[in-house]
Ligand binder design. Structure first.
Ligand code: DGL
Length: 267
């Protein structure tokens, strides 16, 4: 038994799509989440910047005595996870490995498309993970850099529709039966993706498999919580009111509060 919380990080509200699935799957577990909204989007930054910013959020979560870290950000998983794994004791779980596993099981035609930030797509981390699971898979990768900022902006449904339609246009004419939402922000507007793609494309949100994998790791390592005094804490380096406005309805926690913190390292 281990009642310490699970730590999760993202560049912003996107990580909530993972928090939600983890809480649903593991109701006995406490969680601490940090969204680094002050430095979002990560998807247009250099690898060094992403590693430095991820380190700061990890240090913040480690000060909350986390027993396990979920990098609830594809961009940080793609470029910072290997570094972080070497630097902290708790097990580190990323989202890309789970997304690739889920998609490889979901596709019938063996043609998979993945959308994500520029950094994630240009890292080819998804193509690599998919081919490790099945070398026969045909993978189409598309950077959709406008979509994470769109979710952060809490735009209208019609604005979401126009922007998702425009961003996915390059996929027209490509043959795929499965699309991976390779950015944790995208599941927050999953209904818009569904509207644009139609009913025939299978949409994979890696978060479900992340929650399952987390459950397996906790059981394997005897880290499950007793379920006494479960809590969920939310922190942002940005504007907490803006964050709450989206987080409350999305997580269905009317009383949810978000605290503003800084992860700046003091000289
Ligand atoms: N939510 C993040 C991801 O999964 C990135 C969004 C950003 O560009 O900051 O990749």
């Amino acid at each position: 038994m281990d009642d310490r919380p699970i730590g999760l990080l993202d560049s912003g509200v996107g990580g909530l799509s993972v928090v939600k699935k983890v809480i649903e799957k593991l109701p006995n577990e406490s969680t601490v989440f940090i969204g680094d909204n002050a430095h979002m989007p990560y998807g247009d930054r250099s690898q060094d910047e992403i590693i430095a910013l991820t380190r700061r959020s990890v240090a913040f979560l480690m000060s909350h005595q986390i027993k396990l870290l979920i990098i609830a950000c594809n961009t940080a998983t793609a470029v910072a996870m290997a570094t972080i794994q070497k630097e902290i004791a708790p097990q580190v779980i990323g989202v890309i490995q789970s997304g690739a596993l889920a998609a490889s099981k979901t596709t019938d035609t063996k043609h998979v498309a993945v959308v994500g930030t520029s950094v994630t797509i240009h890292s080819h981390a998804y193509a690599h993970e998919l081919h490790m699971r099945n070398p026969q898979l045909v993978v189409t990768e598309l950077a959709t850099p406008k979509l994470a900022p769109l979710v952060e902006a809490q735009a209208s449904r019609s604005q979401n529709l126009v922007t998702v339609q425009g961003s996915l246009k390059p996929l027209q004419g490509h043959d795929f039966d499965t699309l991976i939402l390779g950015c944790t922000h995208y599941p927050l507007i999953a209904s818009t993706f569904r509207q644009v793609l139609g009913p025939q494309v299978k949409i994979v949100d890696p978060a479900m498999q992340v929650a399952q994998y987390t459950a397996n790791v906790l059981a394997r390592d005897d880290l499950q919580s007793s379920g006494h005094s479960v809590y969920h804490e939310y922190y942002t380096t940005g504007d907490p009111a803006h964050f709450e406005k989206l987080a409350r309805p999305f997580l269905g926690e009317a009383g949810l509060t978000v605290q503003q913190v800084t992860t700046e390292v003091k000289p």
